[in-house]
Structures are given as structure tokens and as C-alpha cells.
Design a protein around this ligand. Structure first.
Ligand SMILES: C[S@@+](CC[C@H](N)C(=O)[O-])C[C@H]1O[C@@H](n2cnc3c(N)ncnc32)[C@H](O)[C@@H]1O
Length: 262
């Protein structure tokens, strides 16, 4: 079995292609993420926000619009080639989030979406993220839980094949450590274990239609994953059903958790 733990999900793709993929990923999740942060992250003008793994950088601009010129927005990514140019108050830092905090205790809010589930030791990563927060500051993390992604109606012809293929695709990610496909389901527990208090969890779940923009995007992602894990047959079947209009399935859940650094 391959060990893909050190491999970035989209390594091997050109920075331009990956930048576009990350922009599309952000646009699909922008509305629920922003609604959650507006309601649960205590955002205010003048705040200092640090985002880890900002990818396309789209959320950095959104934070900047809220905190304003008196605030501070720092994006920390191991690879900044996918982020666009930034304007104050946004700053970028190329760094590994496993490293000790370069600006310890400096932030009111630390945020990361769809980053921790890709890491080999997400618990250690949460401990590192907390170092950047002032005492009483808030941490807001979002990760995927793909474990309940299934066809909506298993009695429809072909859906047993689709479900088995989705399962094999997930298993290949987990067994190669490319990604922990169920990490979102364990996120709240991991935060509590790290000493975070007042942990609150919300799940963004929905049923999606094969052939929709989102399903077509997911089908492309499944094929990228197969290029790394080698699970080509399962991925081809999964992608085919995702591209088929009339197929309906429970989407991967995006699990949003907030809490406080004591
Ligand atoms: C799947 S993308 C998510 C992008 C963005 N957060 C979003 O939700 O649209 C993961 C991002 O985390 C970054 N990343 C991965 N490992 C990292 C690490 N050890 N330290 C800092 N950033 C990392 C990647 O470069 C990439 O930008």
C-alpha cells in the first residue's frame, strides 16, 4: 500500500490548474462558510484574523472586508502559488502550520477550512494553531466528513454499485493516508482534546443531483484522487454516476466547529 501522507492532494497539477480548482472549491462552499462565521465567529471591525491553508485566498478578502483597514488578516500556507495578489490589511506568510507560531498570541480568530483532514497529525496541528491565538480568542475549523455520503435511494437500479464504488474510493484515501475522509466527524472531539472550550458543531449536509455543477466538480476531484491512490476502477464508476442526471446522493458533509482558547 502506498503512503501518501506527505503528498498534497493536487500535487503534480500545474499551479494555474490548482489555483482554478481552489477558486471553484471556495465558490461552492463560500455561502455556508460565511453564514457560519457571521453567526459563530464573533467577527468585528479591527479584529486580527489568521487563516491557515487559505488556498485561493478568497476568504482572506472576505475577512478583510469585515475587519477593515484597522484590522489584520494573515494567510499562512505552505504553498502561496495558488493565492492571488493581496492588499492591506491582508498579509501572506509561507509557512508550515506544524511549525511553532511565528506570531504567538497575536490573533483574535484562527480559521482553517479543509486543511486538517489532509494532515498526518491533525491533533498536533490544532495545538499549533492555538499558539497563534490570544487567550480567550476563537478558533473556527471546518473539515469534511465523507462517511455518510451515499445514494439517496438505494433501491434505484445501479445505486448499490455507486455506493460500493464511493466506499472503495474513500477507503483508498484512508488506507494511503492521502486524506482522513471522516476527520470532520471527529473534529469537535479533537478540539476538546486539545483543550478548546465551548466547542460548538454545525454540519452542512445536502442531497445533490448528478450532473449538477457541484457533482461535475466532485467527479473531477475523484479522478484526481485516483491518479494518486490508484483506485481507478472505483473512481471511474463513482465519477460516472456523479455525472449522470437523475442520480441523487447525500453529499460529503462539511463540519463547522468553533471554540475558545482558555
Ligand atoms: C484543500 S485546500 C483548502 C483551501 C481553502 N482552505 C479552502 O477551503 O478553499 C488545502 C490548503 O492547505 C494548504 N496546506 C496543506 N498542508 C499545509 C501545511 N502543512 N501548512 C500550511 N498549509 C498547508 C495547501 O497548500 C492548500 O492551500
Amino acid at each position: 500500500m502506498k503512503d501518501l501522507a506527505p503528498v498534497y492532494f493536487a500535487s503534480g497539477r500545474s499551479p494555474a490548474d490548482e489555483a482554478l480548482r481552489l477558486q471553484r472549491l471556495d465558490s461552492f462552499y463560500a455561502a455556508p462558510t460565511r453564514a457560519w462565521l457571521q453567526q459563530a465567529a464573533g467577527l468585528k471591525p479591527g479584529m486580527a484574523v489568521a487563516e491557515f491553508g487559505p488556498g485561493s485566498g478568497r476568504m482572506l478578502d472576505w475577512f478583510a472586508g469585515i475587519v477593515g483597514r484597522d484590522g489584520d488578516v494573515l494567510g499562512v500556507d505552505i504553498d502561496l502559488s495558488r493565492a492571488g495578489p493581496v492588499r492591506p490589511p491582508v498579509r501572506l506568510m509561507q509557512a508550515d502550520l506544524h511549525a511553532p507560531a511565528a506570531e504567538p498570541g497575536a490573533f483574535d480568530l484562527v480559521y482553517a477550512r479543509m486543511v486538517l483532514g489532509h494532515l498526518s497529525d491533525p491533533d498536533a496541528a490544532i495545538a499549533r494553531l492555538l499558539e497563534w491565538l490570544r487567550p480567550g480568542g476563537r478558533i473556527a475549523l471546518a473539515d469534511l466528513d465523507c462517511s455518510r455520503s451515499l445514494p439517496e435511494d438505494m433501491s434505484t437500479p445501479g445505486m448499490a454499485e455507486f455506493a460500493a464504488a464511493m466506499d472503495a474510493t474513500r477507503q483508498a484515501m484512508d488506507e494511503t493516508s492521502l486524506m482522513d475522509s471522516a476527520f470532520g466527524g471527529r473534529l469537535a472531539g479533537a478540539m476538546k482534546q486539545a483543550g478548546v472550550t465551548q466547542v460548538n458543531e454545525q454540519r452542512f449536509e445536502r442531497v445533490v443531483e448528478g450532473g449538477s455543477d457541484w457533482a461535475l466538480f466532485q467527479a473531477e476531484n475523484v479522478e484526481i484522487i485516483a491518479g494518486l491512490t490508484g483506485a481507478h476502477e472505483a473512481s471511474a464508476i463513482t465519477a460516472r454516476y456523479m455525472r449522470t442526471p437523475g442520480v441523487r446522493y447525500h453529499d460529503q458533509a462539511l463540519v463547522f466547529c468553533t471554540g475558545i482558547r482558555p
